[in-house]
Design a protein around this ligand. Structure first.
Ligand SMILES: [Cu+2]
Length: 131
């Protein structure tokens, strides 16, 4: 009788033991995927850039110009004149993004727009230029 009890305990321990092992295994898998997601996020960078502009038309133009290959998000705030860009540093950089924005007429912290590009802006978009 004693040996039967012991074997039942042994079986239970085995079942619970393997069960908790399986759970631990699942958790470690979950943690691994979480780490993977974090690593993916770490491969992109978010930076801000001061970009001159006035209105919603400027916003659309600036954000469109900023969304070059490697840029996953571009958001310009008309009030603060700050553009926030999320990009993959392996594919592009802030100098390049600044250059693209200057090319459509908007002075920014990286590159100043040419007089020609600025002159091509619609009247409402002609922001005050710092000389
Ligand atoms: Cu505008």
């Amino acid at each position: 009788m004693k040996t039967v009890k012991i074997s039942i305990v042994a079986v239970l321990a085995l079942v619970f033991g393997s069960n908790s092992y399986a759970q631990m295994h699942d958790h470690s898998k979950m943690d691994m995927s979480k780490t993977g997601a974090k690593m993916e996020m770490a491969s992109t960078k978010t930076e801000t850039l001061n970009v001159s502009g006035n209105c919603d038309m400027c916003k659309a133009r600036i954000e469109k110009a900023a969304k070059i290959d490697g840029v996953s998000r571009a958001d310009w705030d008309a009030k603060s004149k700050v553009l926030s860009v999320t990009y993959d540093p392996a594919k592009t950089n802030m100098d390049l993004i600044g250059k693209k924005i200057a090319a459509v007429g908007h002075d920014n912290g990286k590159v100043k727009a040419s007089d020609k590009a600025y002159a091509a802006l619609p009247g409402c978009c002609k922001y005050d230029r710092k000389k």
